[in-house]
Design a protein around this ligand. Structure first.
Ligand code: COA
Length: 902
């Protein structure tokens, strides 16, 4: 139950209204808004067909006892605890209703009802309502749903089964009694995500392959944006129908123009709007009246401009969603589809990129022009180019889902400034990344950059380190610059992934080869020794002055035929996973001949990637036919290293978040809830110790004592040696206050230490912590923090004072998988100390992994924990112990907040 106990009813309703409003895209791409029923919905419900005197068969999907037809009034004014009603709204009309009514005797059980307008059945609306109503019901503590269906009409039963729930049914006199647990199981989650993916893809289609496009604001002035869009569509031969809209003229060029959208007799799929801000609302009204299915809003002046613009955008979105229309933008640059069957360019760029397999999405429209220019210069083919602008409605996530199943797209490039919903991005990116590489340049690395990104797109940029962690976890290849983004794309769109790190370098000049070899080493790639057979083959046709070790330097006299033979030999070498071929042109005409020879040497079925540095050529030179070329060797090496990291990520087994069944979740939640009820704050040492014990994270035993006698008693229980730590509200840094006494090995030493602390700190000290003294070992830190945008991040690094200085810390988003934890340890250079350094015995790395994993599980159980610091944690040859555990419970986390806009 989310609403606070005792909150006024109006507030509870207000919260429900925000939290439980969902826009669902149906199979045909239209959008229905699901929202809690409102007190003034009576007329709408009657129009929909509900009421005591409903004639004929009612449009029930599931006919249950207590169906609301006779109870409109009770339905409108029911309290949220005993029942909940969601209505579906399309174009201002109620078209569907779903409701559960709780069983008064069994509050964990409810009876469910669905009613969907005939015309909207079989489009996925029933399932969408079932998903959302189950979500609401779960939040309110309902566990079981029951209902009845006609045995002769199994549609509802099929729908519930297909949605992923495990259904039990029993026939009673021609009716089936249906019962199912609404707990969200992995099977259900999987099907739910598959449904979401389908509906996202459907919503994008209208912008990628519309059958007709209207350009509202198609200007007579060729310098204007609307005019540019019109001319792009005409010039590239868009296959659909084009309708320019401009009240000032009957035709633009030879194309007939309409004064208003509503003047067009035919159906319009997509409206591109390029009119000044003041006119947008009126044009959107026309779009609604005309029944367009998608709006691409180029006009700027919305959330990117501040509070007023945000409000304008919110209203616009509510309006278009209410009408079932999807929106790209506002403040965007347009969409391009190079598919010869469509040939769409709704951008205002004069550049039509060559067709290819790269799908590109940019959050910055302004960069769009530069990006298209660059892609053309590199001869890199695109499948789609999309600028999503402010992402008020359709977002990058929707396009990722679309590209997942799009046969024309093999590589996905993203220019991002912010995440709408990082968790959703992470889930989708992981899924897409298993089939197609995603390369991303994310702006906002620096603090200044992040501020600029946030004011630029009107969204929160989130912490960059958390973004980095997210990319690593979901296999997204992150690049630092747009140039590197395209370098990676040139490789990935035409070359196979490398099977390993072993690179052969072939060259006709020493210098570039040395640069390439250095870059390989720095990037973690290897230059293997070549097989004897390869060396002999190379010797057989190369001059004596050539070097046949790796790098193979054929010297300046190398001709095209030698390149061909050498490439063949290197690709056949079992020690080689990929080849970087360097060529410095020394004779006129030679680049073409050498390029052709290299191309010929690489069989179409070759499974090893080849990259070239034809000094000065960059991108996809036509003569190299699919072998990417980089201006300098370092570019080739970086692209290859990134592809290898991606290949390794992809080769790993799909890993799910770590889970433990030995943690008493109720007990853990009770401790955290107690602190939360007090308004949050740091856990007392005792609560912290209890919580860690529940999570089975080893912690140094410690207890608080308010007197010497109590301290002596506790030390007796814990066993010597112990440590004494002074506690008091003003003693934050105990060591600096001289408030820590180590190596106390008996009652006498403890009495002495206690007196010393009392003398030194006087009134400041209110108690002492008596703690088991942990033997020396490797000191590490493990911690966690709640990031506004990304949720919990977990950190691991070496402990001690150097940690802040050298920043050798690995970060991952919770929940982590086993391989995430392994990666964290591998990423921190200081982990060498754990693995045995300069003769010291190796420490217990597994126990470190387990503490990280258990902390992740604890955060899933108690997300209200906002800050965690296990510093130091001491690792021994067997086991690890958290010595100091600080945990802070906050009030920011909400189990289910209002849904972010995707
Ligand atoms: N319906 C149809 N056409 C209309 C109209 C309406 N309600 N209102 C105006 N028009 C027509 C105008 O008559 C004009 O045509 P004309 O030149 O033949 O008379 C055309 O639309 C354009 O109107 P204009 O007033 O000249 O606007 P503009 O082209 O100077 O600016 C925008 C319009 C959308 C470009 C501008 O408001 C804007 O937002 N620019 C920023 C866009 C941007 O940067 N987007 C992000 C990219 S990254």
């Amino acid at each position: 139950m989310n609403t606070q106990v005792g909150a006024p009813q109006a507030t509870a309703r207000q919260i429900a209204r925000e939290r439980y409003a969902f826009d669902v895209t149906l199979r045909d791409g239209s959008v229905v808004r699901l929202r809690p029923v409102e007190a003034d919905d009576g007329a709408g419900l009657r129009r929909f067909g509900l009421g005591a005197a409903m004639p004929g068969p009612q449009p029930h999907l599931l006919n249950l006892p207590g169906a609301p037809s006779a109870h409109i009034d009770s339905l409108l004014h029911a309290d949220e605890e005993s029942s909940f009603t969601l209505v579906g709204e399309l174009k201002g009309r109620i078209v569907a209703l779903s409701r559960y009514v709780r069983d008064a005797r069994r509050p964990d059980t409810a009876v469910m009802t669905f009613i969907v307008d005939e015309a909207l059945q079989r489009k996925g609306l029933g399932t969408a309502m079932l998903d959302r109503l189950a979500e609401v019901a779960r939040d309110h503590g309902v566990e079981i749903m029951e209902g009845e269906v006609h045995a002769s009409d199994p549609r509802v039963l099929n729908m519930v089964v297909a949605s992923g729930f495990e259904v039990m049914s029993r026939e009673e006199g021609g009716r089936l009694r249906v019962r199912f647990d609404i707990e969200s199981t992995p099977e259900y989650e999987q099907r739910l995500h598959a449904r979401e993916a389908k509906s996202s893809a459907a919503s994008v289609k209208i912008f990628i392959e519309p059958r007709s496009v209207a350009i509202v604001g198609a200007s007579r002035d060729p310098a204007k944006i609307g005019s540019a869009v019109l001319h792009n569509l005409l010039r590239i031969g868009y296959v659909g129908r084009i309708y320019p809209i401009n009240p000032g003229t009957d035709c633009i060029g030879s194309v007939r123009c309409y004064a208003r959208l509503t003047d067009v007799a035919d159906e319009i799929d997509l409206a591109v709007i390029a009119v000044p801000l003041a006119h947008v609302d009126a044009v959107v009204d026309d779009c609604i009246a005309k029944g367009v299915r998608g709006i691409l809003l180029l006009t700027a002046g919305y959330s990117e401009t501040g509070a007023e613009g945000r409000e304008r955008e919110r209203k616009l979105l509510a309006k278009v969603r209410g009408a079932g229309i999807r929106l790209i933008g506002p403040n965007c640059f347009g969409v391009i589809n190079t598919d010869p069957k469509v040939r769409l360019n709704t951008s205002f760029s004069p550049i039509q990129p060559p067709p290819g397999s790269v799908g590109m999405l940019t959050q910055s429209g302004a960069l769009g022009q530069a990006i298209l220019d660059y892609a053309r210069e590199l001869n890199l083919g695109l499948s789609n180019f999309v600028s999503v602008g402010n992402k008020a409605d359709v977002s990058g996530n929707d396009f990722l889902q679309y590209w997942l199943d799009d046969d024309r797209t093999n590589v996905i490039l993203l220019y991002l400034e912010s995440f709408g919903n990082p968790r959703k991005f992470s889930r989708i990116a992981r899924q897409v990344g298993r089939r197609k590489p995603i390369v991303c340049v994310k702006a906002g690395r620096s603090r200044a950059g992040a501020r600029a990104a946030s004011s630029h797109t009107g969204s929160l940029a989130g912490s960059d380190r958390a973004a980095e962690a997210l990319f690593r976890q979901c296999g997204v290849i992150r690049t630092n610059t747009l140039e590197e983004l395209f370098d990676a794309a040139a490789f990935l769109s035409h070359q196979p992934l490398p099977a390993g790190p072993r690179v052969a370098i072939l060259t006709n000049a020493g210098g570039p080869a040395i640069m390439a070899a250095d870059a390989c080493e720095a990037a973690g790639l290897e230059l293997p020794t070549l097989e004897d057979a390869t060396v002999q083959t190379l010797r057989s046709f190369l001059p004596a002055a050539a070097s046949v070790a790796n790098p193979v330097d054929m010297i300046a006299s190398a001709d095209a035929e030698q390149y061909r033979l050498a490439m063949k030999a290197l690709l056949a070498d079992a020690n080689v996973d990929s080849v970087i071929v360097l060529f410095v042109p020394l004779h006129p005409g030679s680049p073409q001949r050498v390029a052709k020879a290299i191309r010929e040497a690489v069989a179409p079925s070759c499974a090893k990637p080849v990259l070239a540095t034809f000094l000065s050529a960059q991108g996809m030179p036509p003569q190299l036919e699919g072998i990417p070329s980089y201006r300098f060797p370092e570019g080739a090496v970086t692209a290859l290293a990134r592809a290898l990291a991606y290949a390794r990520w992809r080769a790993r087994a799909v890993t799910t978040p770590v889970a433990f069944d030995d943690i008493d979740e109720e007990a853990a939640r009770a401790i955290v809830q107690r602190v939360r009820d007090r308004g949050g704050g740091w856990l007392s040492p005792r609560d912290a110790a209890d919580l860690l014990t529940i999570a089975r994270i080893p912690i140094a035993r410690s207890l608080l004592a308010e007197s010497l006698d109590a301290a002596l008693k506790i030390a007796g229980e814990i066993g010597y040696p112990v440590v004494l730590k002074a506690i008091g509200p003003s003693i934050l840094h105990k060591t600096e206050h001289g408030g820590v006494k180590l190596n106390i090995d008996g009652d006498e030493a403890l009495t002495h230490a206690y007196c010393e602390l009392t003398q030194r700190l006087g009134e400041q000290m209110t108690a002492v912590l008596v703690q088991q003294q942990i033997p020396a070992g490797v000191e590490i830190l493990i911690g966690a923090a709640l990031d506004e945008t990304f949720g919990h991040t977990i950190a691991y690094g070496l402990g001690g004072t150097l940690v802040d200085l050298i920043a050798d810390v690995a970060l991952r988003l919770a929940p982590v998988s086993e391989s995430d934890v392994k990666d964290m340890l591998n990423e921190v250079r200081g982990t060498q100390l754990l693995r045995g350094w300069r003769g010291s015995p190796p420490a217990d790395e597994n126990s470190v992994r387990e503490i990280i994993a258990r902390l992740s599980a604890l955060l899933t159980i108690c997300p209200e924990i906002e800050e965690v610091d296990f510093n130091p944690t001491i690792v021994h040859t067997r086991g690890a112990v958290v010595v100091d555990a600080r945990l802070r419970v906050g009030t920011r986390w909400r189990r289910r907040g209002p849904r972010p806009v995707f």
